[in-house]
Design a protein around this ligand. Structure first.
Ligand code: UGA
Length: 447
């Protein structure tokens, strides 16, 4: 078995996987069809913001262990493993568009060497693997196919991949499953060296290696994301109640989450979840349920609750400053979470658009995502290069992303720049007392 790998698609998952495996004893081809992105990767950088990734790419490119290309012909025939990490954009109905998943599989299969393993890392609805195996067969191919779901988070992609909780590989070909699990053992053996290069904190954590059936692996991925989304929506529904009964959802979740059976993670209430994964995976799971005659009501409720959150935040603001027609509001935070420039399904963008639609003069600022947000924002939302400039003469500030820059905002200075006094903390990161001592009226979500 040669140690050459092709990774199809060099997005968040593909580029991270490719760059890391290139430091774990493999020669890795990363295929990226987008010329602009490819050119950036060839210079030893990523085309998106991800902490620690650039030095890892740079060294791998310089050593020749990572080769960025747009050519399947140059890479696939030499590889014993092909990872599919292509995008799965949204269909208008919220389901995943699998066009790239199928076309990548078909194109790779026509070039793969006998016995090479096809690994699906893109998030796909349960039973997609069965369809790809059928596609291979209809082309006279019989490659081992495994599902290897990805659990990394944007912003902590390297840490999550190196110091994983679990690696899941599912498929009926036991030898192929073992080979892919072993690939991650090679990565684990190199992890401290890579972490030092990336300046990522090392931990001695021992993750689990889990072999499953193909369909279970596919279902594990979406179920994990759906459960985390459920936790957030649960926290947000309690936050709405806390707002009514004058309780503090942060205190509630700290104590609820102290129960080890529940856990504190993903119980942070606020403006709801966004990103390229949770919204899509929740609707994907609902669709898979419906296709199989199962009504996943609990997920439908979580989704509806999440969709209500940006509007809920703006309603809260209106309760304090009145109709928005003659108001000016600053939205701080457009990325769907801190540590990334990604604005897909971002609650901050949604809040800015709801404000502007309601007639408020809206100024927005994000430390990383201004450029990426431009396209998704209504035309009359004005982008600002820094937070203090954004809050000039505003009636209210809404914090919509938990960037450290916003946690440490100079609130006294903000108050001086503003014409109003309202600070709506839609991610619950500011201490109420420090806002009040700066002369601001603090409003959280569920506090
Ligand atoms: C998520 C999962 O956490 C990863 O395990 C998974 O691999 C990834 O999706 C994927 O499927 O590719 P990601 O979308 O990068 O990762 O971001 P998260 O950190 O999970 O946050 C998702 C959203 O939930 C963000 O908008 C965040 O602000 C929000 N959130 C998170 C809350 O509102 N409250 C919380 O307590 C936690």
């Amino acid at each position: 078995m040669n140690k050459t790998i092709t990774v199809l698609g060099a997005g968040y998952v593909g580029l991270t996987t490719a760059a890391l495996l290139a430091h774990a004893g493999y020669k890795v081809y990363a295929i990226e069809p987008n010329k602009k992105r490819l050119d950036v990767i060839k210079t030893g950088k990523s085309f998106f913001f991800e902490e620690g990734l650039d030095p890892v790419i740079k060294q791998a490119i310089d050593s020749g262990n990572l080769i960025a290309t747009d050519s399947y012909e140059e890479s696939v025939p030499h590889s014993s493993i092909v990872f599919s990490c292509v995008g799965t954009p949204d269909n208008p109905d919220g389901s995943s568009n699998l066009t790239y998943v199928f076309s990548a599989a078909e194109q790779a299969a026509s070039l793969m060497q006998e016995g090479a393993i096809y690994v699906q890392k893109s998030t796909v609805p349960v039973r997609t693997g069965e369809r790809i195996i059928e596609l291979f067969k209809s082309n006279g191919k019989n490659f081992p196919y495994v599902s290897n779901p990805e659990f990394l988070r944007e912003g902590t992609a390297l840490y999550d991949t190196l110091f994983f909780d679990r690696v899941v590989v599912g498929g009926s070909d036991k030898k192929a499953v073992t080979t892919i699990l072993d690939t991650y053992r090679d990565l684990e053996a190199a992890r401290d060296t890579i972490a030092a290069l990336a300046n990522v904190q090392s931990t001695p954590r021992k993750g689990k290696y889990i072999a499953t059936s193909l369909n279970s692996a596919e279902l594990i991925k979406v179920s994990a994301n759906a459960f985390l989304a459920l936790k957030i929506s649960f926290a947000n529904s309690i936050a709405k109640l806390a707002d009514k009964v004058d309780a503090d959802v942060v205190e509630v979740m700290d104590a609820v989450g102290a129960d080890e059976r529940i856990g504190r993670a993903f119980l942070n209430a606020g403006r709801g979840y966004g990103g390229g994964c949770f919204p899509k995976d929740v609707s994907g799971l609902i669709s898979s349920g419906l296709e199989n005659g199962i009504d996943l009501e609990v997920m439908q409720a979580a989704q509806a609750l999440n969709r209500s959150m940006p509007g809920y935040v703006v309603e809260k603001l209106k309760n304090h400053i009145g109709e928005l027609g003659d108001k000016k509001v600053a939205v701080l935070g457009l990325a769907f979470k801190s540590g990334t420039s990604d604005v897909r399904k971002s609650p901050g963008v949604a809040i800015a658009n709801v404000l502007s639609h309601a007639g408020a003069q809206t100024v927005a600022h994000d430390p990383q995502a201004n450029d990426e947000a431009k396209e998704d924002l209504r035309r009359d939302v004005v982008l600002s290069d820094n937070a203090l400039q954004a809050v000039q003469d505003v009636d209210a500030i809404i914090i919509a992303t938990e960037w450290p820059e916003f946690t440490s905002l100079d609130l006294v200075e903000c108050k001086e720049q503003m014409r109003g006094t309202v600070l709506l903390d839609a991610v619950n990161i500011i201490e109420k007392a420090s806002a009040e001592s700066a002369g601001l009226q603090y409003i959280g979500v569920g506090r």
